[in-house]
Ligand binder design. Structure first.
Ligand code: CMC
Length: 434
């Protein structure tokens, strides 16, 4: 990556009688940043920012979010336009290479991804090692890491050609791994990929086809699946992406770095929120009980939060949630489902958007609010929701990992701390303690 930040001025910090002069840089759009790399040298102090609420960790040219305006751009293109006009593999190419592909590039990329979808036959034994009631995410964390034991010809991170092959493999093999995790969890035989199907249709077939009968992919559901993948493809330096970058900053194997991202994504504050949101809607059960749960979410003494609401960066309606809302209606119409949870979700959204607490704290529905209902209508169990998120986010992780490796300013990530533990003291022999 060619660094493009522009020097815009200097910030001065006076502390403890010392003055530090720190460069201020600007990007294409978005807030300027103060470069504090020399702060320790100049003042002997570190900065402290738990949760990184004011801290940028890198320069990036992949994704831009304006949280106040509810804007999400991939390589400059608005997510709404990509969701309406593009397809997931084209978005993958865009994220990886920086530009939309020409017709020839798209054909070559699609063919490359299609030809990498199979897994080594021995790989299936990993799934067999799991308990039959294992959470599919547990299987995905483990098996993605296990890819590093199979594809030795794409693990030299200093070779751009090997990095690209690793990227293609990750994008291509994730649907096969995700579908196997699902099939294993429901006790059905694995279904092999079919090269004549597109990415989303192939994934649906690997999940839902059984040997006992023919399976025809529903084009409306395949389109919805593809759009869901687009909506989750990347989201700049979120927790799992930062995890991938941090893991990768030590020079670790690419497949192991992606496994680290999967692990981070699993949590209910991040990718696990779609599963948690649907569980919450089921628990609420009827629109009449919405007020009770909204009151709980506002109660400081109750740890309950409205799952699928709020976002670290969006202080406006998540643009992905708008597209997801529409997709949800399309899918429900197609499958003829009149899911009572949709009524609960719409009432919850209505009440929360009018409530002073949520207005004041700028808590709006996020992408996970409607994705659970959509995925449920498509036939996925809740335990698969985060797996689908991981499948789609893999391209974001790998694009950000590629960018980091190619960034000349990249160094191993190593945050500091403010230490409040015991000061130096002498060891006490066992019989002198207590
Ligand atoms: N319900 C009720 N109150 C909330 C919620 C919520 N969902 N989210 C935030 N708040 C309150 C919170 O209690 C706090 O109040 P106060 O200032 O009085 O202490 C205030 O809003 C700020 O919250 P925060 O936890 O400091 O904000 P954060 O930026 O650290 O957390 C979040 C962001 C997404 C983790 C949080 O909003 C949340 O837990 N939401 C529910 C989980 C969820 O839907 N996560 C999916 C995020 S989108 C998909 C993804 O990127 O993975």
């Amino acid at each position: 990556m060619e660094n493009k930040v522009k020097l815009k001025g200097q910030a001065t910090l006076n502390v403890d009688g010392k003055e530090a002069s720190l460069p201020v840089y600007g990007g294409t759009v978005g807030p300027d940043v103060i470069d504090i790399a020399s702060l320790y040298k100049q003042t002997g102090m570190f900065t402290l920012d738990p949760g990184f609420t004011s801290t940028g960790s890198c320069e990036s040219q992949i994704t831009y979010i304006d949280g106040d305006e509810g804007v999400l751009l991939h390589r400059g293109y608005p997510i709404e336009q990509l969701a309406a006009n593009s397809d997931f593999l084209e978005v993958c190419y865009l994220l990886l290479h920086g530009e939309l592909p020409t017709a020839g590039q798209a054909e070559e990329f699609n063919s490359t991804i299609t030809r990498h979808t199979m897994l080594h036959a021995q790989f299936d034994r990993f799934f067999e090692g799991y308990r039959r009631d294992a959470h599919p995410m547990a299987m995905v964390v483990g098996t993605v890491g296990a890819l590093s034991a199979f594809y030795h010809d794409s693990t030299d991170i200093n070779d751009p050609a090997q990095r690209l092959v690793a990227s293609h493999r990750m994008i291509a093999k994730m649907p096969t791994i995700a579908a196997r995790a699902y099939k294993y969890s429901v006790g059905q035989p694995f279904v092999s990929p079919r090269n004549e199907l597109d990415y989303a249709a192939n994934f649906l077939r690997m999940c839902f086809a059984v040997p006992a009968e023919d399976y025809e992919v529903n084009p409306v559901l395949a389109k919805a699946m593809d759009r869901i993948f687009i909506l989750h493809a990347d989201h700049e330096q979120n927790a799992s992406t930062s995890t991938v970058r941090l893991a990768g900053s030590s020079g670790a194997n690419p497949f192991a770095c992606i496994a680290a991202g999967v692990a981070c994504l699993w949590g209910p504050s991040h990718g696990g929120a779609n599963e948690a949101a649907l569980n919450m809607l089921s628990e609420i059960g009827t629109p009449e009980r919405v007020a009770e749960y909204v009151a709980r979410a506002k109660d400081k003494n109750d740890p309950f939060r409205l799952m699928g609401f709020g976002h670290r960066v969006y202080k406006n309606y998540d643009p992905r949630a708008k597209v997801m809302h529409q997709t949800c209606h399309e899918v429900l119409k197609e499958v003829g489902a009149d899911d009572p949870l949709l009524q609960v979700a719409m009432e919850l959204e209505r009440v929360a958007l009018e409530d002073e607490y949520f207005i004041e704290k700028k808590l709006y529905p996020n992408v996970d609010f409607y994705s659970g209902i959509t995925l449920k209508a498509m036939g996925f169990p809740t335990t698969m929701f985060t797996v689908l998120f991981a499948l789609a986010r893999t391209v974001g992780w790998i694009a950000q990992w590629q960018e980091m490796i190619g960034d000349p300013t990249q160094r191993i990530g190593r945050p500091r701390q403010v230490y409040t533990g015991a000061a130096k003291r002498d060891y006490v022999a066992l019989n002198n303690r207590g």
